[in-house]
Design a protein around this ligand. Structure first.
Ligand SMILES: C[S@@+](CC[C@H](N)C(=O)[O-])C[C@H]1O[C@@H](n2cnc3c(N)ncnc32)[C@H](O)[C@@H]1O
Length: 309
């Protein structure tokens, strides 16, 4: 992906959440911000644009549509649980047009939100908010970073993030766009800067589906590559626990399409379903602070903590 250009897939996923909120019954998430930021050029013009472009139908027919909705719901369920346990820091890695800080559900009033993404994607979001006269929410911290170039813990070191307090990390729809190496570094960075009690939720594609010549996602993969945001890597679901352990994380849950459909889609009449190969996983830091396994990272963290306090 061209780091100098705002992510169009981030706009697409935000619009999917808005269409789902409006049309699917019952909605699993309530998030209209994609349309507020990207369709409503003048108040009230969104529906005209949607009709003219047949946008609703195209978004709902997209192979990633169900996955985008289900991973958002899964992450917010886990976040709500983490906040109940006392977590007050939420790091959204590859946040794109995520609207959590704008929606700010009642359960999260005291939560600091850190949005990490390419500067160009963040600038577009800021521009759209400014054009609409919407002030930046309080307790929102923008952390510009190219995670292919800089590690997440280094990026967070420049923000008022505390490695002394537990945090909830979400990383939705991003691993596919990073190399395996960048993904492993990001997982290790999360392990190194996450205090005990922290948790991570992320989505990934089954590597076997990504590689298959005749996968139902083959066409979509070709389309996103042609548009400049290629799918680069996935994980093998059976080996995920091992990859996470290597990074210093323990796997808590690993749900594939069947499990996601059983949990969220049973009895629905609107056909909402996760796409082939889509997975969400939940993990926590495996090692306690100062573990000899990551001595270098542990000392980096204490330096970082002393600079942000
Ligand atoms: C498909 S969008 C998902 C956005 C959001 N998490 C969601 O679920 O709607 C992928 C996001 O990852 C970000 N991204 C991709 N590669 C990145 C990188 N190397 N560093 C930082 N952000 C990256 C893109 O800018 C984009 O916002």
């Amino acid at each position: 992906m061209d780091p100098g250009r705002a992510s169009w897939t981030a706009i697409g996923t935000a619009l999917m959440r808005a269409v789902h909120t409006r049309l699917d019954d019952p909605p699993l998430i309530e998030d209209t911000w994609g349309e507020r930021l990207f369709l409503d050029e003048q108040p009230g013009t969104a529906s005209a644009r949607r009709d003219a472009e047949g946008l609703d139908a195209r978004l709902r027919a997209h192979p990633s549509y169900g996955t985008v909705i289900l991973r958002a719901r899964y992450a917010e369920d886990a976040l709500a649980e983490a906040v109940r346990r006392g977590v007050r820091q939420y790091v959204i890695v590859g946040a794109g047009m995520d609207s959590f800080a704008l929606r700010r559900p009642a359960f999260a009033h005291e939560v600091d939100v850190f949005e990490v993404d390419y500067p160009a994607t963040q600038e577009l979001k800021l521009e759209r908010l400014a054009e609409r006269g919407i002030p930046l929410p309080s307790r929102l911290h923008l952390v510009p970073a190219d995670l292919g170039e800089i590690s997440l813990d280094a990026a967070l070191a420049g923000a008022p993030f505390s490695g002394e307090r537990p945090a909830f990390f979400s990383w939705l729809g991003v691993t596919t766009y990073l190399t395996r190496d960048a993904n492993m570094k990001t997982l290790a960075a999360i392990a190194s800067c996450a205090a005990p009690g922290s948790e991570l939720v992320f989505s990934y594609l089954d590597q076997r589906v990504l590689d298959a010549e005749h996968s139902p996602l083959h066409e979509t993969r070709a389309r996103v590559a042609a548009a400049g945001e290629p799918w680069v890597s996935g994980f093998h679901p059976g080996w995920l626990g091992e990859h996470l352990r290597e990074a210093g994380l323990a796997l808590l849950e690993n749900l594939g399409p069947e499990e996601l459909a059983a949990r969220y889609c049973a009895g629905r009449a609107d056909g909402l379903t996760p796409s082939h190969g889509a997975h969400v996983a939940r993990a926590r830091p495996e090692l306690q602070r100062g573990s000899p396994r990551f001595p270098h990272r542990a000392s980096q963290r204490s330096q970082h903590v002393s600079t942000v306090q």
